[in-house]
Design a protein around this ligand. Structure first.
Ligand code: GTP
Ligand code: MG
Length: 215
């Protein structure tokens, strides 16, 4: 029984990886920069997209993943981005997105008029990191209110990401948190990680993020 389960999981993952590789190549050829945003619920993924859309002329498309509601797609659509919402609730409530679902979403919304594609993955630091969605870059967000030790406790999300955004830095004066300790723990798990500190609320650090996105 155990062996069967492992085999089925391997098959699902290899089918996912094949579509992911095709997406990565196809979107790359079209000149689209494709980023997968992952974090705990409420770390600021949607707020980051909202602020990003206001700060750049690049054409942005967003595929939102949530268990329920179209709230995040509605939020980002207000800033002129092309938005598509995936809900996993009606199909068992998966806590991650898979590459095939992204492909289906792109078949519907198309890839014309897109310079940057964001996938906002379902809010949690565990399952999304297990599934390659075909992105060129994985971005993990960690808000300063979550605690210094999170990279050590949830290493996969940090190991599978190339960029870490330390978000909500405007709240630092109110917390007993040292940003240096957060940075050290990120580097312990992933020494190559590019780290950007920012606040979507005040705009502090956002220029560095926009520079990264548009370089
Ligand atoms: N103070 C402060 N609050 C922020 C910042 N970014 C986001 N928030 C707040 O944090 C809350 C959650 O932000 P969202 O952008 O919805 O977080 P999310 O990661 O998209 O959440 P899920 O999609 O549910 O996983 C909201 O009340 C935001 O206003 C920030 O830079 N500073
Ligand atoms: Mg969100």
């Amino acid at each position: 029984m155990d062996v069967k389960e492992v085999k089925v999981m391997k098959k699902i993952l290899s089918a996912n990886d094949k579509i992911a590789d095709e997406l990565r190549t196809d979107l790359g050829k079209k000149g689209i920069f494709y980023l997968n945003l992952m974090s705990s619920p409420g770390s600021g993924k949607t707020s980051l997209i909202e602020k990003t859309a206001q700060m750049t002329d690049k054409k942005i498309s967003v595929i939102e993943g949530d268990i329920q509601t179209t709230l995040d797609a509605e939020r980002v659509a207000k800033y002129g981005v092309k938005a598509y919402q995936i809900n996993t609730g009606p199909f068992g409530g998966d806590c991650h997105l898979e590459s095939g679902w992204i492909k289906n979403a792109l078949d519907e919304i198309g890839t014309d008029e897109t310079d940057i594609l964001f996938v906002e993955n379902i809010g949690n630091l565990v399952c999304p990191a297990e599934f390659d969605v075909g992105s060129h870059v994985n971005v993990v967000l960690l808000s300063v209110t979550e605690g210094e030790e999170k990279p050590l406790k949830y290493p996969l999300a940090f190991n599978t990401s190339q960029v870490c955004l330390i978000t909500k830095t405007d709240l630092l004066p109110y917390l007993d948190i040292k940003i240096e300790a957060i940075r050290e723990n990120i580097k312990k798990v992933n020494p190559q990680m590019e780290i950007i500190e920012l606040s979507s609320k005040t705009g502090e650090g956002m220029n560095k993020w926009i520079e990264y996105l548009t370089k």
